[in-house]
Design a protein around this ligand. Structure first.
Ligand SMILES: C[S@@+](CC[C@H](N)C(=O)[O-])C[C@H]1O[C@@H](n2cnc3c(N)ncnc32)[C@H](O)[C@@H]1O
Length: 305
């Protein structure tokens, strides 16, 4: 077999058996979510229009370069190499020993000294170490609610890494609910549960949630939907809120028409205070030259007052 050039991504493995029968646009469960979500007050979308979804997401390659996890914004093996070594150096929780990458479903991966590395793995390790530092996630029973959970990237990583973490995924986009349900089941992530949009309010009633996370999703949603989510968080027993916006140090919505709305005053009005804000990579060099360096990211952590 011809070996790939060491500087190009590794070939993605073929679809696992049975995947093609489920990952199809005419699956009845996808149609069911679509009809159940119609008219829900949170289900207004801006960036996630029908066109955006169909042009950016290939259902069978949902871990590829797509609206879920963009992977080809000028990335190359050197950025991946730098980010891998930096992430290893700061991996206080030892997650590289517990998590791996197989490149399935189109994930773009590189061989870095014998390890298959992709953005899903690196981002998840960095986010979980942040939560380890700030909230001691590895040492106590911990429930996470992921709003805009994509295909279940962080749910898979968090529940694989920690036996003490329970994870709820929710979303307003039927395809995301459908794919995350398939993916988490495929990975055997039994402590991660996908809760359809029309069941999430009932699921949270009377339940303690240590942390709600919102990674690159409020930045892609209109304020009408974000208000619904913030009300839901405020009305329930949710202790912390982590947000990773697309817009560096600003927390902004994405509107179909008109200017983006600043979310920070709304979050504060709902009874949360900013506990921490820091660059994703606490190194100016890695922020700029690591993966995603063209769009340096920041982590925000809010705590209930
Ligand atoms: C860039 S993807 C990020 C996925 C995931 N958080 C991750 O980091 O892997 C954005 C996610 O936001 C979801 N989304 C779009 N509009 C939303 C809304 N109004 N409320 C909540 N989630 C939304 C999409 O379905 C998608 O799962």
């Amino acid at each position: 077999m011809e070996q790939p050039e060491p500087t190009t991504p590794l070939p993605s493995p073929p679809l696992p058996p049975g995947a093609a029968e489920v990952l199809r646009a005419d699956h009845p469960l996808l149609a069911e979510y679509t009809s159940r979500y119609r008219g829900h007050p949170a289900a207004t979308s801006s960036q996630w229009s029908r066109d955006y979804i169909s042009s950016s997401i290939d259902m069978q390659q949902f871990r590829g370069h797509s609206g879920y996890v963009w992977q080809q914004w000028g990335e190359d093996v050197f950025r991946y190499g730098l980010t891998t070594y930096f992430t290893r150096l700061h991996d206080r929780l030892g997650l590289f020993e517990r998590l791996d990458e197989d490149g399935l479903f189109g994930a773009e991966t590189y061989d870095i000294d014998g390890a298959r590395i992709g953005r899903d793995l690196l981002d998840s390790i960095t986010e979980l170490n942040f939560l380890g530092e700030e909230l001691d996630i590895s040492r106590r029973d911990f429930t996470i609610l992921d709003i805009g959970a994509g295909y279940g990237r962080l749910a898979h990583r968090a529940t694989t890494a920690f036996a003490n973490v329970d994870y709820l995924c929710t979303d307003v986009i039927p395809l995301s609910t459908f794919l995350s349900r398939y993916y988490l089941d495929f990975r055997g992530a039994t402590r991660a549960r996908v809760v359809p949009l029309d069941e999430i309010a009932g699921e949270l009633a009377g339940r303690h949630v240590d942390l709600a996370v919102n990674i690159h999703s409020f930045s892609e949603a209109p304020i009408s939907s974000i208000r619904w989510w913030l009300d839901l968080i405020a009305e329930n027993d949710v202790e912390h809120l982590m947000i990773v916006p697309n817009t560096d140090t600003r927390l902004l919505s994405k509107e179909l028409e008109g200017p983006k709305v600043d979310l920070r005053p709304l979050i504060e009005a709902k009874g949360f205070r900013l506990a921490r804000m820091r660059p994703k990579y606490p190194s100016e060099f890695v922020q700029r030259h690591g993966i995603h360096g063209r769009f340096p990211m920041y982590y925000f952590l809010f705590a209930r007052r």
